[in-house]
Design a protein around this ligand. Structure first.
Ligand code: ATP
Length: 275
């Protein structure tokens, strides 16, 4: 079964050992048939504070999953644990492979990437430099690097226009585009986005989420964490509601959108479009 990523079309690739070897799914055929990301009974604590308590969720290849919930629910903590930034207990598997014991770099090599809530760009560096840092691999040949850059510029033409501009002079929306673009430079198969809408105007949020949805056509699955429940549910296939570290509700996103509890707590009591 051909499970190579579609992020960069095969026709556009040269057979580079460093690129070709990095992407087969781990864990054999059973993994390819099962969930891409499997989180089971996950616990994450900060000392005495149990921030994530027994969370289970599943993401299949090609899906966009959203995790919504209020401030302090544990959303960022969940992503940080999945990325290897925090220790955790429970099941954590990516394409059938146990992620425990793999550091962040190894998880990026497997095809996971996190766009953190604070974007964490290098403000004094240019857009281009920030993107190049996202490529991660020091061994990447210049033609492969160029292809990755072109892939990002094709999806975010604004970044191409601003390639020489310092990151700290970009608008909020452009910074978010750069954060997503930088993550794409590592050729993720699963992109985890922490509050991409934070601090952005509704129209910009819509633009960014439209691009995120299109990434699925490029073979990127998405785990989207959001306080903006409406935008998240409109953009995802399946949603989870996280409250005080536990999954309170889950289901197909359209079903959650019409759930009275979700409407009352997260959608302002109605289903109208608010922008
Ligand atoms: P927000 O949307 O505000 O970012 P969140 O859902 O992402 O919230 P987390 O940031 O994951 O929530 O926080 C979950 C819980 O863990 C909160 O009670 C928070 O106070 C606590 N917490 C987060 N980071 C730390 C830390 N470094 N040390 C101690 N407690 C922390």
């Amino acid at each position: 079964m051909n499970t190579a990523p579609e992020l960069f079309p095969r026709s556009a690739r040269v057979a580079l050992p460093s690129e070709g070897e990095a992407r087969p799914p781990r864990g054999g055929p059973a993994a390819a048939a099962g969930a891409m990301l499997e989180i089971g009974d996950l616990h994450v604590s900060y000392g005495q504070v149990d921030a994530v308590r027994g969370v289970s969720l599943k993401l299949d290849k090609g899906q966009i999953i959203s995790v919504i919930g209020p401030n302090g629910a544990g959303k960022t903590t969940l992503l940080a644990a999945a990325m290897g930034l925090l220790p955790c207990k429970g099941t954590l598997r990516f394409e059938g492979e146990d992620l425990h014991g793999l550091d962040v770099e190894a998880r990026v090599e497997r095809g996971l990437c996190l766009v953190p809530e604070k974007r964490e760009l290098f403000g004094e560096l240019s857009v281009l430099d920030n993107l190049q840092l996202g490529a991660f691999s020091k061994r990447l040949r210049s033609d492969a690097l160029k292809r990755r850059l072109q892939f990002v510029y094709d999806r975010f033409p604004r970044l191409a226009e601003r390639r020489t501009q310092r990151a700290d002079t970009l608008s909020g929306g452009e910074r978010q585009m750069l954060a997503v673009g930088r993550a794409l430079m590592s050729q993720p198969r699963l992109l985890m986005l922490d509050e991409p809408s934070l601090g952005l105007a509704p129209l910009i949020v819509r633009d960014i989420l439209t691009i995120v949805r299109k990434l699925r056509d490029d073979g990127v699955s998405i785990l989207l964490v959001e306080q903006n429940a409406r935008a998240a549910l409109e953009s995802s296939d399946h949603g989870y509601v996280l409250e005080t570290g536990e999954i309170a509700l889950s289901g197909p996103s359209a079903q959650l959108e019409s759930d009275p509890r979700v409407q009352a707590t997260y959608l302002g009591g109605g289903t109208h479009d608010d922008d």
